[in-house]
Design a protein around this ligand. Structure first.
Ligand SMILES: NC(=O)c1ccc[n+]([C@@H]2O[C@H](COP(=O)([O-])OP(=O)(O)OC[C@H]3O[C@@H](n4cnc5c(N)ncnc54)[C@H](O)[C@@H]3O)[C@@H](O)[C@H]2O)c1
Length: 408
């Protein structure tokens, strides 16, 4: 009877619990066993004192590490490169601007102004007379790019405006390799005009008062055609700039390139090349070193000098105007070379004596811009006093000389 009852119980159980339910039950039991086992394994050591103290010491260590990291971050933030203030411009107002020769004297001041105005600036330079140091304060800024490139090779880049300044400007530099100078003015300008044509950019050429040569008209108006010796030692520069102007107007009439031509007169200021070889830098260096101040000729020849920030404002005003014919940008305040020598000697409190030497070939006797056109069409005129500009330039040269002597 017992075995009979057992058999009927088993068959009843089989009927009540189908196979699938049994499998699920077995899995559930196994899962419970696993959870319990795990709990036993992990909870058990937690109650162990030595493990707790290890964890606590680890937490302390992480806390100290966190403090050290915070300290390093704040040190990094304090030593982070600081840039001059730049304005924020919206996408519509912000221009992509190329400055060739942007690591040079004038170019680097132009770059400063354009960057501070909030534009995106790309500098192209072969560093013949320019230096990275002149623009190093912008390196790393999101709106700034520096490209080592020679303008006698073509350049492909998307820009809205081109300030074409690449060309050595002082006689010792442009006479050092006259063939290269003429190539820079001719092939370099053609490449930049080709670029302006492709991307429909406006191109401003940094031309020069040298295109007037040794002028027979005084002061010089933009309508004056000039008096240039085409085969003299200065011709590589003077004629180079003349042909560059010619190219601008050929591209303008034939290919509708929007051009601006700035006829720049003598300019001075900080970041001028120490071996510039022109009156201002020569006189300042000689005075600061108490060496004789050299005047070529009798000193009665005249020059007019503008301070570099005035020039930069003139270039930007011209670029953003509709004036596509040449414009003189210079300071009409005329001084004799002797006056410059005396003024600089006084400002530097120098003991230098003034000596006279023979005049170099093709040295112009007079140079003074007529800036009526710039005044009326651009609303521009120089504002920086000669003495103010000279003091800033003297301070720059003094610092350079001190740095040089510190390095020796
Ligand atoms: N400073 C003045 O008094 C003055 C007067 C008249 C005209 N300008 C004109 O203004 C411009 C700038 O003059 P600056 O006084 O600043 O002279 P700069 O010599 O200091 O600057 C010229 C820049 O052009 C670069 N450069 C030269 N040849 C190049 C080439 N083939 N490819 C790429 N870069 C090249 C130089 O490395 C330098 O950075 C020049 O075009 C010059 O003719 C200047």
């Amino acid at each position: 009877f017992k075995s009979k009852a057992m058999l009927s119980l088993i068959s009843c159980y089989k009927r009540m619990w189908p196979r699938s339910v049994k499998i699920i039950l077995i899995i559930a039991v196994l899962a419970i066993i696993a959870v319990v086992a795990k709990h036993e394994l992990t909870v058990e050591p937690l109650v162990n004192n030595s493990v707790i103290s290890t964890i606590l010491s680890r937490l302390n260590f992480l806390e100290t590490e966190n403090e050290q990291l915070k300290e390093s971050i704040s040190t990094l933030e304090n030593t982070k490169k600081k840039y001059l203030d730049t304005k924020f411009l919206t996408e519509n107002d912000r221009k992509r601007i190329l400055v060739t020769g942007g690591a040079g004297f004038v170019g680097s001041h132009l770059v400063d102004k354009l960057m501070m105005m909030g534009h995106e600036v790309t500098v192209v330079d072969n560093f013949f007379t320019g230096r990275k140091r002149n623009v190093e304060h912008w390196i790393g800024h999101e709106n700034f790019e520096l490209i080592h490139h020679d303008v006698i090779s073509p350049l492909f880049i998307e820009v809205d405006q081109i300030y074409h300044l690449a060309c050595p400007a002082s006689p010792p530099h442009y006479m050092y390799n006259p063939v290269k100078t003429i190539k820079t003015s001719s092939m370099g300008t053609m490449n930049m005009l080709g670029l302006a044509k492709r991307v429909r950019a406006t191109m401003l050429l940094a031309s020069t008062s040298e295109i007037y040569g040794d002028p027979e008209e005084h002061p010089q108006k933009e309508t004056y055609w000039g008096h240039v010796n085409p085969i003299g030692p200065r011709a590589c520069y003077d004629e180079g700039k003349r042909v560059a102007e010619t190219m601008c107007y050929a591209y303008s009439s034939q290919d509708k390139v929007d051009v601006r031509v700035a006829r720049i007169f003598n300019t001075f200021g900080p970041r001028m090349h120490m071996q510039d070889g022109r009156v201002v830098s020569n006189f300042i260096l000689q005075s600061l070193q108490n060496e004789p101040i050299t005047i070529y000729g009798n000193g009665e020849q005249t020059r007019s000098f503008q301070y570099v920030t005035d020039l930069v404002n003139g270039l930007i005003a011209l670029m953003n105007s509709k004036v596509n014919t040449p414009v003189n940008i210079g300071n009409p305040e005329e001084h004799t070379i002797s006056e410059f020598a005396t003024l600089i000697r006084n400002l530097t409190k120098s003991k230098s004596e003034i000596v006279h030497k023979a005049t170099p070939t093709d040295d112009p006797r007079k140079r003074k811009p007529d800036i009526t056109k710039a005044k009326t069409s651009l609303g521009w005129e120089p504002v920086v006093e000669l003495e103010t500009g000279l003091k800033k330039t003297i301070a720059y040269f003094k610092a350079e000389l001190e740095q040089e002597s510190g390095n020796q």
